[in-house]
Design a binder for this molecule. Structure first.
Ligand SMILES: [Zn+2]
Length: 426
């Protein structure tokens, strides 16, 4: 794993040429640190004394850099009154607490009612704790960053969060910090110092890679240095490794900022609607939507050009958008290859009068993309490589009856251009 991560990090750093200027010259970018699954998660210790010591280590690492974090409480991780004291330590240290549910359910596999009840119970409990200090609960974070795998579920939680005054605090730097915790704790328990150091080094590499990747993506999207929200987990490896991580961030062009400053950026004012079974960082979500929108726009333009080519009698231009090996099927049979498709059209429509005026009315477009899994186990949205279009075609003639029918086109991206690879018209 280590070798892989180091290789990836090398590649990412090469790719970073186009991204943020060197840390010495650019203004440091604001970065909000958020910590999920408070008070402690992962392979956390059991004894109250050790749990207290680990929390102290987390708070010391944050405090040393003057970081004001938002910690998200998962009540199933609160083992009793001693753990509630750990939450109070976070508040005493000047951090803000947000709601991260009671049972850390996946919204993808939970019905709306049960999910909302879990979140609302957790909210009420946390608000009670905050009320003692005259503090108001402001933030919520979806467990696994899963916000709904249907429009209805997405809307249900958006409504509930708005009504209950909780703001969904998006993550921009999603990463796999949690996955290093168990190997780290196991190495420490077995006294294997070398292994422990290796896991720690992997943790740092993986986080740097994630920071670089998401920052380059955010900068590309916004066209400026994007503010960031880093996701970390309240685990054992964090207790050891945060000091080094935070020092690296500070040395490499970041300025630790609080929630109010970072969230004031317009990039966070209107979170994108992404219906998906998995959760991603904000820039990944926005990139996915941008890719899909661009693909639809490009294909819509292609269809318009094609209809115009038809209407001017230019069958050659009309067929230019078919792939070399395109398959055309219709009630009369199959035609394979662009040249054969062109010849078929020439035979059926020998002149302009026979061709008439073509309009293509899109019924729907579906960008074809799925979830990719990175070498680190992250789920990220895949690129849009294909797109299907259902449309109605209509041919109008000055002195002949109008002809109309349906078509289903499958297009693939070929470099920058889109090509029809399959066409079923009838
Ligand atoms: Zn969580």
């Amino acid at each position: 794993m280590r070798l892989l991560i180091n290789t990836l990090l090398g590649l990412a750093l090469i790719g970073v040429g186009s991204a943020p200027a060197s840390p010495e010259t650019a203004a440091p970018r604001p970065l909000l640190v958020t910590v999920d699954d408070l008070p402690l998660t992962g392979a956390a210790p059991d004894s109250p004394a050790e749990r207290r010591a680990l929390t102290r280590a987390h708070l010391a690492a944050l405090g040393a850099q003057g970081i004001r974090a938002v910690g998200f409480v998962t009540w199933k991780n609160v083992r009793g009154p001693a753990d509630v004291e750990l939450l109070k330590m976070w508040l005493d240290a000047g951090h803000e607490l947000g709601n991260h549910s009671d049972q850390h359910l996946s919204y993808t596999t939970t019905e709306v009612e049960a999910y909302r009840a879990d979140i609302e119970g957790a909210r009420a409990r946390l608000q009670e704790l905050l009320a003692h200090r005259d503090r108001q609960l402001r933030f919520f974070r979806f467990p696994f960053l899963r916000e709904g795998d249907s429009e209805e579920k997405l809307d249900a939680m958006r409504r509930y969060l708005a009504e209950s005054g909780q703001r969904n605090l998006a993550v921009t730097i999603d990463n796999q910090d949690w996955s290093f915790d168990r190997p780290f704790v196991e190495a420490r328990r077995s006294g294997d110092r070398r292994r422990q150091a290796e896991v720690a080094a992997d943790y740092q590499s993986a986080l740097r890679l994630a920071v670089r990747h998401h920052e380059a993506a955010g900068d590309r999207l916004l066209g400026r240095p994007a503010p960031q929200v880093l996701l970390l987990h309240a685990n054992s490896i964090g207790g050891s490794e945060w000091p080094q991580l935070f020092a690296w961030l500070a040395k490499n062009g970041h300025r630790f900022a609080d929630a109010d400053e970072v969230l004031a950026d317009p990039a966070f004012s209107d979170l994108p609607r992404v219906v998906a079974p998995y959760g991603y960082g904000l820039w990944d979500r926005l990139s996915q939507l941008r890719d899909e929108t661009e693909a639809k726009r490009a294909v819509a333009a292609l269809l318009t050009t094609q209809a115009e080519a038809w209407t001017t009698g230019d069958l050659h231009a009309f067929c230019a958008v078919y792939a070399d090996d395109a398959l055309f099927i219709s009630p009369s049979g199959q035609t394979r290859g662009r040249q054969a498709v062109l010849e078929r059209y020439r035979k059926r429509y020998p002149d302009r009068a026979a061709m008439g005026t073509l309009t293509l009315e899109v019924i729907e477009m579906r960008p074809l993309s799925g979830v990719e899994v990175t070498p680190q186990g992250d789920a990220v949205p895949g690129h849009v490589h294909g797109l299907s279009v259902a449309a109605r075609w209509t041919l109008r003639y000055p002195e002949k009856e109008t002809a109309t029918g349906l078509t289903l086109l499958v297009l693939r991206r070929d470099g920058k251009a889109w090509r029809i690879v399959q066409d079923a018209s009838f």
